[in-house]
Ligand binder design. Structure first.
Ligand code: HSE
Length: 346
């Protein structure tokens, strides 16, 4: 049996979802992969930290809910209040799971420093945080390769739905010329609720309560979140760098209930569509904007917090993946799938 010692940096909806999944899948990992996943640390910005090389108790940690980590019961060799950068570089740590809130300002800090420091310390890194990958994908991939460690980021695009793995592995041999989809659960949820007559503000509150929305929902409703995901897709799918400023971006904040009704009356739906395509000369163009789609379009039927992405390929035409793109437990599945890929490569 091989043991992988994990620390979580950040402990919000996805971190709690990860604990819940691990409680369900821990025995399966031991049996199927001869791998013992051990949580040895959790560090947060405002709720304190816990570190214990002999392992933290999943159930006791889950039971804390939103309480400060200081409420976790005492145990032998438990250290409290280690700074994230100190914790992640401790020798006992094998895998750093970075889950602090995404930001594109301040060079995606503090997540960027966490990821870079962990890679520099020779730790495997898994993250659902879009900021570092959207801003520094080539650098981080090169740093991971240089240190010969695993960098997993499946959860950055479409949460737990394996859309990146599909492009990286399952569509190998196909050339993908375009991607088009719904990459933000919060806005899709809001638009779907507004079609039912619910107000914009109320729908946003529900999306936040369900753990779909970013810490600052401006990133969702103004299209930055979908644009960040498009940048990561551009690297993975096209091997091309794309900057936020190069994406034609418009959010849903300007849409009114009249707009929603007018589309409905004509058999159409508003969706926040993110798309990127390569011209025959290899030039990439990308946009995120509210778009009226006919009900015959597969993307029109994608409701609530769900996401979808169509890959336009040369050999098999269009391939569409529809699934949960946000939410704590669904996104936590992406972490688990990265852990499986890491374990298979060990
Ligand atoms: N705020 C994001 C969304 C979460 O609503 O899709 C997943 O990236």
């Amino acid at each position: 049996m091989k043991t992988l010692n994990i620390v979580l940096i950040g402990f919000g909806a996805v971190g709690r979802g990860f604990l819940a999944l691990m409680a369900k899948r821990h025995a399966y990992f031991q049996e199927r992969y001869k791998l013992d996943l051990k949580l040895i640390g959790v560090a947060t910005a405002r709720r304190g930290a816990l570190f214990c090389p002999s392992g933290l108790d999943w159930a006791a940690l889950s039971a804390l809910g939103d309480k400060p980590l200081s409420a976790y019961p005492d145990q032998a060799h438990l250290l409290r209040d280690l700074e994230p950068l100190v914790m992640l570089s401790r020798p006992a740590v094998d895998v750093v799971i970075e889950l602090t809130p995404t930001t594109y300002e301040n060079n995606a800090e503090p997540a960027m420093s966490h990821v870079r420091a962990a890679l520099a310390a020779g730790k495997h890194v898994i993250t659902a945080n879009k900021g570092p990958l959207a801003l520094a994908y080539p650098d981080l991939i090169a740093q991971a390769e240089h240190r010969n460690v695993f960098l997993g980021y499946e959860g950055t695009v479409m949460g737990g739905t394996p859309v990146l793995r599909m492009a990286r592995k399952l569509l190998a041999g196909c050339q993908i010329m375009a991607v088009r989809g719904i990459l933000n659960g919060t806005t899709n949820f809001i638009l779907t609720e507004m079609e039912r007559g619910v107000s914009y503000a109320e729908a946003l509150r529900t999306a936040q309560a369900r753990g779909y929305a970013e810490a600052d929902p401006t990133n969702d409703v103004e299209g930055f979140d979908a644009a960040g995901k498009l940048i990561i897709l551009a690297h993975v799918v096209f091997g091309k760098a794309l900057r936020m400023a190069e994406i034609e971006r418009r959010g849903i904040a300007g849409l009114t209930t009249e707009d929603i009704r007018a589309a409905q009356a004509q058999g159409e739906r508003w969706k926040l569509i993110a798309e990127a395509s390569l011209s025959p000369e290899g030039r990439l163009s990308a946009s995120v904007r509210p778009t009226r789609v006919p009900l015959s379009d597969p993307l029109a039927s994608v409701g609530g917090g769900m996401n979808a992405l169509t890959y336009q390929t040369d050999l098999i035409g269009a391939v569409t993946l529809i699934g949960a793109g946000a939410g704590g437990e669904a996104t936590a599945y992406a972490l688990l799938s990265d852990l499986i890929e890491l374990a298979e490569g060990l």
